[in-house]
Design a protein around this ligand. Structure first.
Ligand code: ADP
Ligand code: MG
Length: 365
């Protein structure tokens, strides 16, 4: 229990840091995961995701910070005593052993009990009766679930999954993702799942934590991350966004105003500002394609440009527009107005979409 009486989170990472040589890979990562929650850890390649899982499993030692599970230190225990299940990116199955032998590997239990555990673990991933099959003769998606069953068989208190679907070809990946989601819901175990793919993180995670440049930028539901990104990094990495440079004008109530110039046109657009911005400061507006619309040339409070690309995506058509004066290239989802590549158009903010976010311009004072 916390001092307020609320139950403490099941898994707590507290100021976790890891360096390799002089290179800081993780820098003060703090995170709390509830019991039974599936937390997706999303970050680009090289952002330290695998390192974080290895710290939890005990294959690496943190340079600073603590890991707590149910209020007790995990990071001081040897790996074998942590009772943590891990599924590696490449599954690490034994190809010459059967499915049942793989899942039961390392279980120190009487024979009948081990067999029951293996059967239960296979059932939890919808592979009942697969014990005698060879690993080499089942599909990639089934191998993925065998690796999951092997991690679950010792009944760990924590499950760690490293890019669980990255080995599969795209046609298998989506189906396996749904199966994985169902299996995780069924076992109800606290899970940390690492991925570099936003779609995967959004589908599998109850919440998503975004890692970049060694630090944790934001933890939230997919909606929170997409609609209210906390940092410039999250806005650019999670979902598509165009960046428009301009000048911060100040707050008007809760709304922030900024000036954007394209060629000889100047507009004053409204967004939601990061904290601590000063009037006159150089900033960037990060705006989703669906928050921008094409308008006929000459639109009010709209920026002039030229269509450089039109991309039909089934649910809509996306336009890339090069704004006048080289201000930026932006991506807009088509509204009622359409245009062909080469045509002159205006780009305006679409009403009724969440406010775009304003961040300090990187590299500017
Ligand atoms: P991710 O899983 O997000 O792609 P990793 O955790 O594998 O990232 O790696 C993060 C960074 O740490 C990379 O720059 C990688 O080269 C470095 N790194 C990881 N493990 C080691 C190690 N054992 N020794 C030195 N550098 C490492
Ligand atoms: Mg990795």
């Amino acid at each position: 229990m916390t001092p307020s009486g609320a139950p403490a989170p099941f898994l707590v990472l507290d100021g976790l840091a890891k360096r390799f040589g002089g290179h800081t890979v993780l820098d003060g990562v703090a995170l709390a995961v509830e019991r039974g929650e599936v937390l997706a850890l999303l970050g680009p390649s090289g952002s330290g995701k695998t390192t974080l899982l290895r710290l939890l499993a005990g294959f690496e030692t943190p340079d600073a910070g603590r890991i707590l599970v149910a209020g007790e230190r995990l990071d001081t225990l040897p790996p074998a005593r942590r009772n943590v299940g891990m599924v590696f990116q490449h599954y690490a199955l034994f190809p010459h052993l059967s499915v049942g032998e793989n899942v039961g590997f390392g279980l120190r239990l009487p024979r009948a009990e081990a067999a029951a555990r293996v059967a239960a673990a296979l059932a939890s991933v919808d592979l009942e009766g697969f014990e005698r099959r060879r690993v080499g003769e089942i599909s990639g998606g089934q191998q993925q679930r065998v690796a999951l069953a092997r991690a679950l068989a010792p009944e760990p208190r924590l499950l760690l999954l490293d890019e669980p679907l990255s080995n599969l070809d795209p046609t298998l990946r989506e189906r396996t993702r749904r199966e994985l989601r169902r299996a995780l819901a069924k076992v109800g175990i606290t899970t940390l799942l690492v991925t570099h793919e936003q779609e995967e993180a959004f589908h599998l995670g109850d919440r998503v934590a975004v890692l970049g440049g060694g630090r944790l930028h934001q933890v939230g539901t997919p909606e929170e991350l997409y609609e209210r990104p906390a940092t410039r990094f999250v806005a650019g990495f999670v979902g598509r966004a165009s960046a428009l440079p301009g000048t911060f004008l100040g707050l008007e109530g809760a709304a922030a105003r900024m000036r954007i110039v394209a060629g000889d046109t100047e507009v004053c657009w409204t967004g939601e500002a990061a904290e601590g911005l000063a009037a006159g400061q150089r900033v960037e507006l990060l705006v989703r394609p669906e928050a921008l619309e094409l308008r006929p040339a000459g639109g009010f409070e709209a920026l002039p440009g030229r269509v450089v690309e039109r991309r039909y995506a089934g649910h809509g058509t996306y336009y890339t527009v090069a704004l006048d004066g080289g201000t930026a290239e932006v991506e807009a989802l088509a509204g009622p107005h359409t245009a062909a590549p080469g045509e002159t158009v205006h780009v305006g903010l679409r009403r009724g979409t969440p406010l775009p976010r304003i961040f300090p311009l990187e590299g500017a004072a």
